[in-house]
Write a protein that binds this ligand. Structure first.
Ligand code: UDP
Length: 416
């Protein structure tokens, strides 16, 4: 059995893997700790799940912990998330106390690891206050922002900024999100893992069996949006687009989603979506468990067009996943989707249900364009959005943080 890095070499080439080995060489044995708020559901968990084993394979002592809290904690952090993405949602001082207390309790639980790690990556707002309690830290701390903070509700950003400003650096997915801070700020977009269950090639039979098991008609074009049930993902707008298309051509829609343990609003949004759908037999709402990676893979591969009609989106891994499967993507003209859906090249960016419907109809009428866009899409992800690229950029950042003041840094392959 090939080791993990050799498997990646088969996808991206040996040079890319050698480069990773070189960058990781000065970091071997170092403790790099990642902290976020959930092990499953949502894009951050998706990435960490794959990044940690890769770092370990490169000789880095990488670990992943999560911050844990009660219901009120997630209520607070979901409000923070919504406010950072632009909602004017004031957060009560009681909820903010819960946020601070929960961070303190988690600091106590993880104290040793937090104090001794060489580098700590804190993902998103949930664990951002841990640094405040870690007075004896040895390592460098980096805040990794995965959300669209281009137009935050100022009150909430001002509160959070007090914690973020003390970090040694921060990472953002695109320049439009960056907020003024005096530490070094880096732009590193997320990525997908081509070898994960979510993205590996699947046998045709598995794809058709999956569609059959959900009663999806394989002879009728299929539009799919995979997302947590979250208003920023605009599931209702997707149904409106589908209805506009269906006035002219037969089409089916799948909205697939499950909950994330750090997202308390999912159930309510799901009920709204079901009510809006009514009893249309061509709309399939698939509630999938958080580990249904192969099922989502089969669904994306069995679809004709992938939709991600978000109104706000930090990045949108589901977009990259669809592109990687050679599908044209109709994406909301927002946030990280702008980096991925290049108009007329691998899909279309849209701002309204009507706009989405026009583009969907156009694609369904021109299968040859869908095919060529699909090819472009796959190549675009290969060139830009695979995990090996993200890992290279993370390693470069860590090397710069730890050795940046030295006159030169020698990067060599481990066996040289
Ligand atoms: N996802 C999943 N099950 C679901 C909904 C989403 O596995 O029911 C996955 C999806 O395939 C993608 C990630 O969760 O890998 C969502 O990441 P994205 O960046 O698109 O959105 P986020 O949820 O982080 O806002």
């Amino acid at each position: 059995m090939e080791n993990l890095l050799e498997q990646y070499a088969n996808v991206v080439g040996n040079e890319v893997i050698d480069h990773l080995r070189q960058l990781a060489h000065p970091l071997r044995g170092m403790k790099i700790l990642h902290i976020n708020s959930t092990k499953e559901g949502g894009g951050v968990a998706e990435i960490l799940n794959r990044l940690i084993p890769l770092k370990r394979e490169l000789g880095i002592d990488a670990e992943w912990e999560i911050i844990k809290g009660e219901k009120e904690f997630y209520q607070c952090t979901k409000k923070m998330h919504n406010s950072l993405q632009g909602n004017r949602d004031d957060i009560s001082s009681a909820l903010l106390s819960t946020y601070e207390n929960t961070n303190f309790q988690n600091f106590e639980r993880l104290k040793e690891k937090l104090e001794t790690a060489d580098v700590v990556f804190i993902h998103d707002p949930q664990p951002a206050a841990l640094l405040h309690f870690c007075k004896e830290r040895k390592g460098k701390w980096v805040w990794r922002c995965h959300i669209d903070v281009s137009h935050p509700y100022r009150q909430v950003w001002k509160y959070l900024r007090e914690y973020i400003k003390d970090y040694d650096a921060s990472i953002w997915s695109l320049s439009g999100f960056v907020q003024p801070l005096s530490h070094p700020m880096y732009l590193i977009p997320p990525s997908i893992d081509p070898l994960s269950e979510k993205n590996i090639d699947l046998p045709e039979k598995e794809i058709s069996d999956f569609l059959d098991s959900w009663g999806i008609n394989r002879d009728c074009p299929l539009l799919t949006q995979v997302s947590r049930f979250d208003r920023f993902k605009d599931p209702v707008g997707v149904i409106q687009s589908y209805r506009l298309v269906k006035n002219y051509v037969p089409v089916q829609l799948v909205l697939a989603g499950g909950g994330a343990s750090d997202d308390p609003e999912g159930e309510q949004v799901l009920q709204e979506v079901k009510a809006f759908t009514g009893d249309d037999p061509d709309v399939h709402i698939l509630e999938l468990p958080p580990d249904a990676h192969r099922a989502i893979n089969a669904l994306q591969r069995g679809s004709d067009i992938i939709i991600q009609k978000s109104l706000k989106e930090g990045f949108g891994l589901t977009v990259t996943e669809g592109l990687w499967k050679g599908k044209p993507v109709i994406g909301g003209d927002t946030g990280g989707i702008k980096l991925q859906v290049i108009n007329h090249h691998c899909g279309f960016r849209v701002s309204t249900p009507e706009g989405a419907a026009i583009r969907i109809r156009y694609l369904l009428k021109h299968p040859e364009i869908m095919e060529s866009m699909g090819k472009n899409a796959r190549q675009f992800v290969l060139d830009n959005y695979l995990i090996t690229r993200q890992l290279r950029e993370y390693l470069t950042l860590v090397v710069a943080l730890l050795y940046g003041s030295e006159e030169s840094i020698e990067l060599k392959l481990p066996d040289q």
